[in-house]
Design a protein around this ligand. Structure first.
Ligand SMILES: NC(=O)c1ccc[n+]([C@@H]2O[C@H](COP(=O)([O-])OP(=O)(O)OC[C@H]3O[C@@H](n4cnc5c(N)ncnc54)[C@H](OP(=O)(O)O)[C@@H]3O)[C@@H](O)[C@H]2O)c1
Length: 311
């Protein structure tokens, strides 16, 4: 299933106007998207508010949000009182009594091993503030720890042609446990769209400029942790694999859809054209085993040495 990532509708990707944000959501839904991923911290609530005003009176849409990054990333902040306050703010921003899905937003690793945190999340479900909870993680080990928790409904993790490690253990473990997998950063922050070259620049308020080396948050969230020049070379080698009539971005999304255990892939889009194109990637034929092997070969040669052991 293809959903929509709504980080772009908040901030950190250069300017996206409110009109563009609404048009992007509308284009995604018109193309069949029913799952939208946002966070309380995207534009400090702007993304949630825009999504909330859009989904109002539109039944059948699922909105997943995230909490926990508006305070310093310290385990002591992951308390029931804070969870109540954070979810109250998200409920107001999204205009709902019960949030469909709340994800811990890449908390410190120690949080995944803390029973009280998951007891508090269970309490939120009992209080009907949230219908379900999941986690967003940086590392494979964090995903595996979360999957072992009985109440965790979903794990959000970076998975794309430049990030193959989750295929080894995380997707099989999630399928076995009945936990949903939400694949984020599917286009490696746009690198896998094939649109960039050595001369491409990004706005000052775009994380692909200001977080290129992990200055503000985990470097893996920007270009999937791949050096920009190396990524360009890998994309050039992948481009002959793109099926006729498809774009590189659609190819990259289809590659993710084909992975066993995948629940939803959430490409971010900053305009209606991107949202529409991404949703229709699901209409492409599944990629052949030969094509998947060639993707893995490019990964092994160029990307694996840079990222595989880090996350
Ligand atoms: N820690 C976390 O939990 C976390 C972290 C990161 C992301 N996320 C979630 O995952 C979602 C997806 O990840 P992401 O947005 O970081 O990265 P992404 O989906 O890999 O890349 C998004 C970028 O790809 C380009 N793009 C999108 N569709 C395109 C198309 N059809 N053709 C050409 N280019 C296209 C756009 O770049 P341009 O801007 O250059 O047009 C867009 O801004 C986010 O929106 C967010 O909801 C969560």
């Amino acid at each position: 299933m293809v959903g929509l990532g709504a980080w772009q509708l908040g901030a950190d990707w250069g300017d996206v106007t409110e009109a563009d944000a609404h048009a992007t959501l509308q284009a995604a839904v018109d193309a069949g998207v029913t799952f939208i991923d946002t966070a309380d911290v995207y534009g400090d609530g702007r993304s949630e508010q825009i999504v909330g005003s859009f989904v109002k009176d539109k039944p059948g849409l699922t909105v997943a949000t995230k909490m926990g990054r508006r305070l310093p990333q310290e385990p002591s902040n992951y308390t029931l009182d804070n969870f109540r306050a954070w979810t109250d703010r998200s409920r107001a921003n999204l205009g709902v009594d019960t949030l469909d899905l709340v994800q811990l937003h890449c908390p410190p690793t120690a949080v995944f091993g803390t029973d009280e945190v998951f007891d508090a999340l269970d309490t939120l479900v009992q209080e009907k503030r949230i219908a379900a909870y999941g986690v967003s993680v940086e590392k494979v080990e964090e995903a595996l720890t979360a999957i072992a928790r009985p109440g965790v409904a979903s794990v959000q993790i970076i998975l794309n042609a430049f990030r193959l490690k989750p295929l080894e253990r995380v997707l099989p473990a999630a399928a076995e446990a009945g936990v949903g997998i939400i694949a984020r950063v599917p286009l490696a922050s746009g690198l896998l769209s094939g649109r960039y070259d050595e001369n491409t620049t990004f706005a000052a308020d775009d994380h692909r400029n200001y977080n290129r080396h992990g200055e503000s948050f985990d470097v893996g969230e920007t270009f999937s942790g791949v050096d920009f020049q190396v990524g360009l070379e890998a994309v050039r080698r992948l481009s002959p694999l793109v099926p006729d009539g498809a774009t590189m971005a659609q190819f990259a999304i289809r590659w993710i859809i084909d992975q066993p255990g995948l629940t939803v892939v959430i490409p971010g889009a900053r305009n209606p054209q991107q949202a529409r194109a991404n949703a229709t990637a699901a209409d492409l034929a599944p990629l052949t085993p030969e094509t998947r092997e060639k993707v893995a070969a490019v990964y092994d040669e160029l990307i694996r040495p840079q990222v595989h052991d880090k996350w």
